[in-house]
Design a protein around this ligand. Structure first.
Ligand SMILES: O=C(O)CCC(=O)C(=O)O
Length: 370
């Protein structure tokens, strides 16, 4: 697919050629030190590469676990046990965040997942929500108001707007089964470690999805399991690939994930369609946000179709078709404005800036719809 220019002022581009080679040949996760420019992001994202942005987020007391505990207070929440798929217990957010690191010796590994679930983060805790939006790297793409974030094309008054985050993930140190088992997100994700902590990530390139599927079905399914095993595994977070599994995957299929540690203030970028799993090396609190860059549309559609051909039609959390429809309609109105401005010879700076953005989206979406 051609790389259209979004026309926004590019920051001085880094030379990322060697980084991309190391990523493709050796599965070294690309690391962007300091501020990540739009051109750095574009270069990696069009190639579908996950990456880590390091030292770009300033330390901010507004989202330490203690601060978050104070903001969310005694709000009741359901914790899930990372070792027992159906193990749950009730707690309050402040009590869990404050005591998470002292639980370590019990048999359970508790996790607060996708919090808050009943309303949006910014309604529950506006100050850390704002601090998070401000701290995000490449906000043009990642923030909820980002001009290049396609999810902004949902109508403002749309009543079933999917909650794209931010969401809080906080969990104790992992044991056998990781903190978050293998899964695929339909959208792009940005994830910031907000407190001192360390987590091990495995992220598979989206092009390895079919191989991963074959491996999981042939290696991990026992004979009486249904043909839905793969989709159940991946959409219900059933499988955590151990070192042993990863060795076999490499030996039999020559597939390796990006394997790296995320530390305090590291920002992990995961392109739509890349299967990934996380294991906390210490207790960790992370905040994640979904977004959708035009470069990811193809991958996003593929995951959507994959889920639809299986039975998970209700798992389309992004409501992709509707989103693309709104996007197309907005672009059509904008196209008319552009034509009218040209016909009446109005030279409108804001409009011509928008024109670049329009072309960027238009090409992305046209490629999908054709
Ligand atoms: O940090 C975790 O445990 C899960 C994070 C994750 O999977 C995500 O942000 O998509």
């Amino acid at each position: 697919m051609p790389v259209p220019s979004h026309g926004l002022s590019p920051s001085t581009p880094r030379n990322l050629e060697a980084v991309v080679l190391a990523a493709n040949d050796h599965r070294h996760i690309p690391i962007i030190e300091g501020e990540c420019g739009l051109s750095d992001f574009d270069y990696l994202w069009i190639r579908g590469l996950p990456f880590v942005c390091r030292d770009s987020v300033r330390p901010d007391g507004k989202w330490s676990s203690d601060y978050l505990a104070a903001c969310f207070g005694p709000d009741s929440c359901t914790l899930v046990d990372c070792e027992e798929p159906y193990g749950t217990r009730q707690d309050t957010v402040d009590s869990f965040l404050r005591s998470m690191s002292t639980y370590a010796s019990g048999p359970n590994v508790w996790k607060l997942k996708d919090y808050p679930t009943d309303t949006s983060f910014k309604v529950k805790a506006p100050i850390p929500a704002r601090a998070f939006q401000r701290a995000l790297p490449v906000r043009e793409y990642t923030s909820e108001y980002g001009r290049l974030n396609i999810t902004n094309f949902f109508l403002a008054n749309y009543t079933c707007m999917p909650d794209l985050g931010p969401k809080l993930y906080a969990a104790m140190t992992s044991r056998q089964n990781g903190s978050t088992r293998l899964h695929i997100d339909i959208s792009d994700v940005v994830n910031i470690m907000v407190d001192d902590g360390k987590a091990l990530w495995h992220i598979f390139s989206s092009e390895h999805l079919e191989t991963l599927k074959e491996f999981i079905i042939s290696e991990l399914r026992d004979d009486n399991q249904q043909s839905f095993f793969w989709i159940d595994s991946i959409s219900s977070y059933h499988v955590y690939l151990t070192d042993e599994h990863l060795k076999t995957l490499k030996a039999r299929y020559n597939v390796r994930p990006f394997t790296f540690e995320q530390h305090h203030r590291d920002v992990v970028f995961i392109p739509a369609g890349c299967a990934h799993q996380v294991s906390n090396i210490t207790p960790c609190a992370k905040i994640a946000m979904d977004f959708l860059a035009p470069q990811s549309l193809q991958r996003c559609i593929k995951v959507d179709q994959n889920l639809r051909t299986c039975r998970q039609t209700n798992k389309d959390t992004l409501e992709l078709s509707l989103l693309l429809f709104h996007c197309w309609m907005a672009l059509s109105v904008f196209k008319k404005q552009l034509i009218q401005a040209k016909e009446t010879d109005i030279t409108d700076g804001a409009l011509s800036n928008q024109a670049n953005r329009y072309v960027f989206y238009y090409i992305g979406i046209a490629t999908i719809l054709m």
